[in-house]
Design a protein around this ligand. Structure first.
Ligand code: SF4
Length: 344
């Protein structure tokens, strides 16, 4: 074993957190934890993990679940395409692999939603395959310890880090090593205030010696954020029913429910919105009120949704969704937040 991995494993032995997915090498549980932790920090992800596992204790239970119910359990984590892929993969494993996860990286990486990172994590933790994981924590630890300049958001840089990580992995305990380096990044070599003074690598860390810690890892400037303008129309009939539609097109939130939406290239005044060709005819005779004067800006990774909600009362048609059941639907976070405020 090299010096780096020996020290790292010693640190891990002493400092690792006691987490439920570390009690098992069951691929279903490890997979679930890895996908959830790509969304969120451990403290926030833990309740989702527990809820998900108690709703779907086996991969077969998840495969047999209804997609809407899976989304509902996922609600709040964002990135719904991951929930969709989770469900697809569970079905594939149940149907094609008789309920058993494939035990190699090369097979795992072919499954929906399982990229190189997750395939490396599962194959090393559950099946002892020597495959180094490279996630945000690993980038940071390696970029700092070896003072690597290559940007981590460029294919060339990704390759540099992948090779470096693969050269360092402890071949006798690859799963343990992978968890150790991620844990070290999460707890010790943290983004803003790394604990350099108590670091086992203080004598070998090149970024520390060069005064480059804040500049590592290096990233090239990201793409500009796309600005979108959403106008939601929330109809209410005299029985307090409303209307929800499922987003079926290839875009954000595919498969989730929302209120009738008019999207435009710029903000529409109420007058322009009433006259817009995509505003449904039932809206014309309704009594309109704006829920909040200022736009609600909902940020996604590369998009900013400037959103206005209008409440439309006295709808003459009978609508299909009782207001009391709206919260049973899987809705985007933006709608969930609106409902919280509106129902208060
Ligand atoms: S010395 Fe500081 S920057 Fe270097 S590995 Fe340790 S915590 Fe990270």
């Amino acid at each position: 074993m090299n010096r780096f991995s020996t020290k790292l494993l010693a640190w891990y032995e002493e400092h690792k957190r006691d987490l439920p997915w570390r009690q098992t090498r069951e691929p279903y549980v490890v997979w679930l934890s890895e996908i959830i932790l790509q969304q969120t920090r451990v403290a926030q992800g833990l309740p989702y993990f527990e809820r998900f596992l108690s709703a779907y204790p086996t991969v077969k239970d998840l495969a047999n679940a209804n997609e809407d119910a899976v989304f509902k359990h996922w609600q709040g984590l964002g990135y719904y395409s991951r929930a969709r892929n989770l469900h697809k993969t569970a079905k594939r494993i149940t149907e094609q692999y008789k309920g058993f996860f494939p035990n190699t990286y090369n097979e795992l990486v072919k499954l929906p939603g399982i990229g190189p990172y997750t395939a490396s994590a599962i194959s090393s933790i559950c099946f002892d395959e020597v495959r180094a994981v490279v996630d945000g924590n690993v980038y940071r630890v390696l970029a700092r310890h070896f003072d690597v300049e290559s940007p981590i958001n460029q294919p060339k840089g990704v390759k540099v880090f992948q090779e470096l990580a693969q050269n360092l992995i402890a071949t006798s305990s690859p799963g343990e090593y992978n968890q150790a380096i991620m844990e070290f990044g999460a707890l010790h070599c943290t983004p803003k205030t790394p604990h350099c003074s108590s670091c086992p690598f203080a004598d070998s860390c090149l970024a520390l010696a060069q005064g480059n810690i804040a500049a590592r890892p290096q990233k090239l400037k990201a793409n500009p954020v796309r600005k979108r303008h959403f106008h939601y129309l929330i109809p209410l009939d005299s029985y307090n029913n409303t209307l929800l539609t499922k987003r079926t097109h290839k875009d954000i939130w595919q498969g989730l429910y929302e209120f009738p939406l008019v999207e435009a290239p710029h903000h529409l005044s109420e007058e322009d919105l009433r006259a817009h060709p995509n505003t449904p005819t039932w809206a014309h005779k309704a009594v309109w009120s704006k829920f909040q004067e200022k736009a609600i800006i909902h940020k996604l990774s590369h998009q900013a949704l400037h959103t206005h909600f209008y409440i439309l009362e006295n709808i003459e048609e009978e609508l299909s969704v009782p207001w009391a059941t709206v919260s049973d639907y899987a809705v985007p976070r933006l709608i969930e937040r609106f409902l919280d405020k509106f129902n208060r």
